[in-house]
Design a binder for this molecule. Structure first.
Ligand SMILES: NC(=O)c1ccc[n+]([C@@H]2O[C@H](COP(=O)([O-])OP(=O)(O)OC[C@H]3O[C@@H](n4cnc5c(N)ncnc54)[C@H](O)[C@@H]3O)[C@@H](O)[C@H]2O)c1
Length: 215
């Protein structure tokens, strides 16, 4: 091999190393950019194809919020709102009537956690606020296993109130007009006392408590 050709080879291989370095750097930069993008929005899924942007809140304003029943109808929409506001959200659900697909678009997000758990069992979590929505809401679901519904409404609520007391969190308990029985007035004002048949199917309605929120 001549001196010239070995020089060309050396220069080619050093260019290759530079190219390698550059492409690695570009890959890392692309990866970081992708991560930043993922931290700022939901990802489109078949269930939720639209993208929801998330705000970046300063630490002092960002709350840790527990949403029980967060995979259900009301809960999953509340989760979208809280996530878009930039809070840290923990969804706790046993998927009795809720679906993972309802919150799947947040699974990648660092502000989001999903816990499969039954609220009738105690749980310890550090949170600032609790939205307690875990209870089947539609009559066929809450009448399917009445004893379980009563346990969810009572033991589940006692567990969440206990947690709120322990960690000094604010709590909101969702209930339903179903607790007033088959209504004779619609919509029911706060002054309405209800029309409950105490031996009828609505006795076991979700959250048999006459209060909507505890703040
Ligand atoms: N949907 C409405 O129009 C409406 C109106 C007023 C009040 N509410 C109240 O809001 C709450 C939620 O209603 P929804 O329509 O979202 O119902 P939903 O059935 O869609 O959601 C309830 C969620 O709670 C979960 N869950 C049930 N039992 C559980 C348990 N033991 N442990 C953990 N998770 C459990 C379910 O899997 C589901 O994800 C209910 O208390 C309901 O009475 C609903």
């Amino acid at each position: 091999m001549s001196a010239d050709s070995s020089h060309i080879k050396r220069s080619l291989s050093s260019n290759g190393a530079d190219d390698d370095k550059d492409s690695k750097k570009a890959r890392v930069e692309r990866f970081v950019a992708d991560q930043q993008l993922l931290c700022s929005q939901s990802i489109p899924t078949p269930h939720t194809p639209h993208v929801i942007q998330t705000t970046r809140l300063p630490d002092a304003l960002r709350k840790k919020i527990l949403v029980t029943g967060g995979a259900g109808f009301v809960g999953s929409h509340l989760v979208d709102l809280l996530m878009s506001q930039g809070h840290e959200v923990v969804v706790l659900d046993n998927f009795f009537t809720g679906r993972k697909a309802n919150v799947e678009h947040w699974l990648h997000h660092p502000n989001f956690s999903l816990v499969r758990h039954d609220v009738t069992q105690p749980i310890l979590l550090e949170v600032d606020q609790i939205y307690h929505l875990a209870c089947p809401a539609s009559p066929p679901h809450y009448q399917y296993n009445p004893v379980k519904t009563i346990k969810t409404s009572t033991m589940g609520t006692i567990n969440m109130l206990g947690l709120a007391k322990r960690v000094k969190a604010r709590i909101l308990l969702a209930s339903t007009s179903e607790i007033y029985g088959d209504p004779t007035v619609h919509p029911q004002p706060e002054s309405y006392w209800g029309n409950v048949n105490t031996i009828g199917p609505r006795v076991r309605s979700p959250a048999n408590f006459d209060f909507f929120s505890l703040l």
